[in-house]
Write a protein that binds this ligand. Structure first.
Ligand code: BES
Ligand code: MN
Ligand code: ZN
Length: 491
């Protein structure tokens, strides 16, 4: 992981050195030109029309002077800038550095100092530098990317800068842990591996309860068990529990869908749709990423991390359309499509969360293809029984650049999941409102507890990159780790 440090002085005599400049559009000069930018570089920028437009990035070579190289990043206009502008600039620097094989650089941080800007910039760098190399054997000549960035800050903002960097580092580490889990091959990242990862995280203020198949039978977790029957891998219900020192402000349950591979089961997916279905545990990965940082960030809330996890596989013993499963809260569910499995395992996860008597529940699930169709790869769907809680979640996701958009839980559509033989069925009638139907199904298991459902099917995994958002890399994004860490800290 790239090392980012802040100090009040940077040794200028150590050359060759690369300086990173950041510039606002329509403002004369660079806001953080370290005093004496070589005249040759100022000229080159002018001639090439480097205007500081958002997304602009250019590399200049000094003919003489203290800097050998300058990487210039445009930030756009000052009034339009948000933390996300700086996050993207950080990501852009990471990409550019890899391209030009730059491994070390220095940057004079602009004044006035804004901690949220620095945190975002550092996040962008950490996330944009990420590469998933677990299965690559030919890495010898591959560019390493930026390894070290030294920041110069004024003395009275040094403490704030260091705090912003340490938060960014935590957010980055948590997110990258989630990305690694999502990107791992489905035969490598099994339910057991998620359970082992949770065990590793459970230290200090974090406790774990790990429920095995036997336990789940005793508890009547029919949703998880039903989906699991076709799989050769054991299912688990993972329960992580973080307790802050002193009296917590509130208790929150974070529930993550942990399908480590979704074949669709007997309602088999077409081959193409199955290609990325190792990502169907992205909600679980987010919970693990969040918990991996709680001991360090110490939010003042009690947090439960709940992960129902299994594969969804076809086979001679697999659950079948027509089967009826009984969830942990006693409700019966008619399975009419074995590919609507996420809601079945979440029925137990949510019932279990309610049993913990928490103040709030937030679930994260790659639940519906319909949500990908509706909102695409950069926006998650959000549904709630409590608008106030959704507002709080939304504020956090906006601060972290992980947009959500509310879909209404239209009461009248509840008719569509009425079953002739059981309490409810796991699909609606036709092709309408697929994401909302999923949300309405989940709502059956949260009772009166304030709850937000995040359908992250689109943004959890990118099959193409977005040049405008350079800190997002191909594959797992690890989204919602940063947003929910911020939610836990502030709400
Ligand atoms: N894991 C999928 C949803 C999904 C699709 C996530 C594409 C990411 C990308 C989920 O289990 C599923 O298969 N949902 C079905 C529900 C349907 C059968 C009601 C779907 O969306 O087709
Ligand atoms: Mn499915
Ligand atoms: Zn699924």
């Amino acid at each position: 992981m790239i090392q980012i440090s802040a100090a009040t002085r940077i040794n200028r005599s150590r050359v060759p050195r690369t300086w990173v400049y950041m510039g606002w559009e329509k403002e004369s000069g660079f806001l953080n030109v370290p005093g004496k930018a070589p005249e040759s570089i100022r000229k080159a920028m002018e001639e090439e029309g480097f205007q500081g437009k958002e997304g602009q990035v250019a590399v200049y070579h000094a003919v003489q002077g203290p800097a050998e190289k300058i990487v210039a990043l445009g930030l756009g206009t000052k009034p339009e800038a948000t933390a996300e502008t700086l996050r993207r600039a950080g990501g852009r620097l990471a990409r550019k550095a890899r391209e030009i094989r730059l491994e070390g650089a220095a940057l004079e941080w602009p004044r006035p100092f804004q901690a949220d800007y620095l945190k975002a910039f550092a996040e962008g760098l950490l996330l944009g530098s990420y590469q998933f190399t677990r299965y690559k054997t030919q890495l010898k000549d591959a560019p390493k990317g930026l390894q070290k960035l030294e920041l110069k800050v004024v003395p009275d903002s040094l403490a704030a800068a260091q705090k912003a960097l340490s938060t960014a580092l935590s957010y980055g580490e948590g997110t990258l842990l989630a990305r690694d889990l999502i990107n791992g091959a489905p035969s490598d990242v099994t339910p057991k591996v998620l359970a082992q990862t949770a065990r590793r995280i459970a230290k200090g203020p974090i406790r774990i309860k790990l429920y095995t198949k036997k336990d789940l039978q005793r508890m009547g977790a029919g949703g998880i068990l039903g989906v699991n029957i076709g799989s050769a891998q054991e299912p688990y219900l993972i329960h992580l529990h973080y307790k802050p020192q002193g009296k917590p402000k509130k208790s929150v349950a974070l529930v993550g869908k942990g399908i480590t591979f979704d074949s669709g089961g007997l309602s088999l997916k077409p081959a193409g749709s199955m290609e990325t279905m190792k990502m169907d545990m992205s909600g679980a990965a987010a919970v693990l990423g969040i918990f991996s940082q709680l001991a360090k960030l110490k939010p003042n809330a009690e947090v439960h991390g709940i992960i129902p996890t299994t594969e969804n596989m076809p086979g001679g013993r697999a659950y079948k359309p027509g089967d009826v499963l009984k969830a942990m809260n006693g409700k019966t569910m008619e399975v009419l499509n074995t590919d609507a499995e996420g809601r079945l395992i979440l029925s137990d996860g949510l019932s279990y969360a309610v049993e913990q008597k928490v103040d709030q529940i937030i679930d994260m699930a790659t639940l519906t293809g319909a949500c990908v169709v509706a909102l695409g790869a950069l926006v998650s769907g959000a549904m709630t029984n409590n608008p106030e809680l959704l507002e709080q979640v939304k504020a956090a996701t906006e601060a972290e650049g992980e947009p959500i958009w509310e879909l209404p839980l239209v009461k009248e559509y509840r008719e569509d999941i009425k079953s002739k033989v059981a309490d409810i069925k796991n699909i609606g009638g036709g092709r309408e409102a697929g994401s909302i139907i999923g949300g309405l199904f989940l709502q059956e298991f949260v009772g009166d507890t304030p709850w937000v459902h995040l359908d992250i099917a689109g943004p959890a995994y990118l099959e193409r990159e977005f040049p405008a958002v350079p800190y997002l890399t191909y594959g797992g994004t690890g989204l919602m780790v940063r947003s929910l860490l911020t939610f836990l800290k502030t709400a």
